[in-house]
Design a protein around this ligand. Structure first.
Ligand SMILES: NC(=O)c1ccc[n+]([C@@H]2O[C@H](COP(=O)([O-])OP(=O)(O)OC[C@H]3O[C@@H](n4cnc5c(N)ncnc54)[C@H](OP(=O)(O)O)[C@@H]3O)[C@@H](O)[C@H]2O)c1
Length: 318
């Protein structure tokens, strides 16, 4: 046998082995589908960040399945509109997911009304859309920023951390014990973003804070194997993304809705399906393109960096 054909057979054997592992994992997961342990109309679900976007679409999806669903956000009037659309199995809660007092109050309400919790979707988050050096106000490369500029950047970084790291942490810590105690198959899904694993210009602060939360959740998944943890990592989603940007002047946050990108209903459907299948680890959306890009970054970072600059139409800053 020629040495090249030996290599070829080894490659084929490796491929078959890989296929086997992937398929058997898929089949095992399908066998243990969570919906056989918790029927959809018995499921008790909290959705943090439900007054708009993905969280709002998820609330409607669970309500249509007959689940007991609690949408949570700070804007009460939007939650009330949602409840009017969803019906009586939808119990709204007005509160801030970064505030321990609010989350503890929510837990008491859930125990009182539902006697426990099966599913926690963490959709709430804030965005940041400026190049990193714009946070300190640097326009040209010949001078460094002043102290006031650096302090301003720290303040903005604090807000991004509060919304994207502290909030998910407070929520996880508040609900993990009661989920373990009261659910036959507890599941927590965190909505992160694909830029948390594939770098993008103008998303440094946003992606860094989202990445911190997903790393935190990856460790939680190891520490609490009774709970199924999923981290959803979508690309751009339709909607008013700038509205939550912590690095944009409030007067400039309003604008036309972004019609490009993934539909909120599509992302919500993927979140619910991942929880139903108990899909662990990270799920990137759309899958093929970004899964390849994610892994390609390890072997050819400059290619991904060039592609990211092109996608965002980014010229060097400062
Ligand atoms: N939009 C995108 O292009 C995109 C892409 C990838 C990933 N993502 C991620 O996907 C998730 C959902 O995005 P989206 O586009 O649906 O966002 P969205 O429409 O801005 O919705 C965010 C929701 O979170 C709530 N929220 C924010 N801070 C909160 C707080 N402190 N306490 C309670 N609720 C809070 C908001 O409600 P209130 O203001 O009423 O509290 C709102 O209901 C986010 O985590 C985002 O980072 C978004």
């Amino acid at each position: 046998m020629l040495p090249t054909s030996k290599y070829l057979w080894s490659a084929v054997a490796l491929l078959v082995l890989l296929l086997h592992v992937v398929l058997s994992r898929h089949i095992t997961k399908a066998k243990e589908k969570r919906t056989t342990r918790i029927h959809p109309d018995k499921e008790r679900v909290i959705i943090l960040g439900a007054s708009s976007g993905v969280g709002r679409a998820l609330t409607k999806l669970y309500a249509a399945r007959g689940a007991k669903v609690c949408p949570v956000a700070r804007r009460e009037e939007l939650l009330q509109e949602l409840v009017n659309e969803c019906g009586t199995q939808c119990t709204p809660f007005t509160g801030d997911f970064t505030a321990p007092v609010d989350m503890e109050r929510l837990r008491r309400k859930i125990i009182q009304e539902w006697d426990g919790l099966d599913t926690l979707h963490i959709c709430a988050g804030v965005s940041a859309v400026q190049p990193a050096m714009a946070l300190v106000g640097v326009q040209t490369s010949d001078e460094g920023p002043d102290v006031a500029g650096i302090k301003r950047a720290m303040e903005i970084a604090g807000q991004a951390t509060q919304g994207n790291v502290v909030g998910p942490l407070v929520a996880a810590m508040t609900f993990i014990p009661i989920m373990k105690k009261t659910s036959a198959a507890p599941a927590i899904l965190l909505v992160s973003l694909v830029a948390a694993v594939i770098p993008a210009p103008t998303r440094a602060l946003y992606a860094a804070t989202k990445a911190a939360a997903f790393k935190f959740f990856q460790s939680l998944a190891i520490e609490h194997p009774e709970i199924s943890f999923t981290c959803m990592m979508p690309a751009t989603i339709q909607g008013n993304f700038r509205a939550s940007a912590v690095d944009v002047n409030p007067s400039m946050r309003k604008g036309p809705e972004n019609k490009e990108g993934l539909a909120v209903e599509y992302v919500a459907g993927k979140c619910a399906a991942a929880v139903d299948r108990r899909t662990g680890g990270n799920v990137v959306l759309p899958w093929i393109l970004y899964a390849i890009a994610h892994h390609l970054y390890y072997i050819w970072p400059s290619l991904i960096e060039r592609a990211a600059r092109r996608k965002y139409n980014f010229k060097t800053y400062g």
